[in-house]
Design a binder for this molecule. Structure first.
Ligand code: PBG
Length: 329
């Protein structure tokens, strides 16, 4: 039999043909916008290492939330940045119903809660004077079980404020189970847990630390994972699903596409990925120099993260990307 004249280029000939056979397409509703609310601000304040991202005042937060929602963004993830005077050893401002994060969650729920998904970052690092994600034992190490008890109460405080989803991101062992149980006991059976299951201790979080005015000295390697480990990520994910995670998350995103793909294969809950501050800042910096096409790279990275298996993506570009995607499709 004659060898058929196979020509893959036939399907690339026109924009309409390419559109017809496009395998992966990002939808605005799959994007989550991480937002920073800073206590005591009357005007939004730019974050120099995250061009275009702000530390919000309560008022500018509400406005930016509306913009995101009208662009079609699927969810908002809120981080609270307390005044330095309100940080302490145990991060108590994170549990306070009148603390900046819970105030912000209530504002967002009142403003756009019917139209989108409101999520709270459930971690202590913004609230502790030492900047660690948990409380410290007398020897200076992060005390896993003492931290869990605080996470449980913090999750309930966020649910009380109206959060639809809480995102435990501190990588403490057992955090998902403890938060789930605390939510249930407080009558918040309907609040979901987005588990930061595989979070790597890498160098991509630099600009975020500026955004939240982190006090951290040292690193998080005793609780976040080593960059080389993928089997360990699967173990973390399986534990989290067993503990009741409704969704699992891999973070960072682009340097860990293989991890996203492996997690997707292993579990059937929705897989999320966090395109972190360093990923965003690299692109913005190169684009500012005119070295790469900002919008092109933005959509290409998100498409790649989705292709690897993430169905929900946290990105500081969420609003801009949603607008571009709406024009495109
Ligand atoms: C910790 C936390 C971190 C980020 C979100 N939550 C980073 C860290 O471990 O310091 C990073 C997000 C980003 O870099 O965009 N609660």
């Amino acid at each position: 039999m004659a060898f058929p004249d196979v020509r893959p280029r036939r399907l690339r000939r026109t924009p309409a043909l390419r559109r017809l056979v496009e395998e992966t397409r990002v939808a605005p509703a799959e994007l989550i916008l991480p937002m920073f609310l800073k206590e005591g601000l009357t005007e939004p304040r730019p974050i120099s290492s995250l061009p275009g991202v702000m530390q919000h005042s309560r008022e500018s937060l509400r406005k930016a939330a509306h913009e995101a929602v009208s662009a079609g963004v699927g969810g908002l993830m809120l981080f609270g940045v307390p005044e330095t005077a309100n940080k302490d050893e145990t991060g108590s401002a994170g549990l306070d119903p009148d603390g900046i994060l819970n105030v912000g969650i209530r504002d967002l729920v009142a403003e756009v809660g019917d139209a989108t998904v409101i999520m709270g970052d459930l971690c202590l690092d913004e609230f502790t004077s030492h900047g660690h994600c948990g409380v410290l034992a007398p020897d200076g190490t992060v005390d896993n079980d003492a931290t869990l008890e605080i996470y449980g109460r913090m999750g309930v405080a966020q649910a009380d404020a109206g959060a639809h989803v809480v995102g435990p991101s501190g990588m403490m062992d057992g955090q998902v189970g403890v938060v789930r149980k605390a939510l249930d006991q407080a009558g918040h059976q309907d609040v979901s847990v987005l588990a930061y299951s595989a979070k790597y201790a890498g160098a991509f979080y630099g600009p975020f630390r500026e955004a939240v005015e982190s006090s951290l000295q040292g690193d998080r390697r005793t609780y976040q994972q080593s960059p080389g480990n993928v089997r360990e990520a699967l173990r973390e994910v399986e534990l989290d699903v067993a503990e009741g995670a409704d969704m699992v998350l891999v973070k960072p995103a682009l340097p860990y596409l293989d991890v996203i793909a492996a997690v997707r294969e292993r579990v059937d809950v929705p897989v999320a990925a966090y395109q972190v501050s360093g990923e965003y800042a690299m692109v913005e910096a190169a684009a500012e120099k005119g070295w790469i096409d900002r919008e092109g790279v933005m959509l290409e990275t998100l498409t790649s993260i989705k292709r690897a298996g993430a169905q929900v993506m946290l990105t500081y570009w969420a609003t801009d990307a949603a607008r571009l995607l709406r024009e495109r499709y």
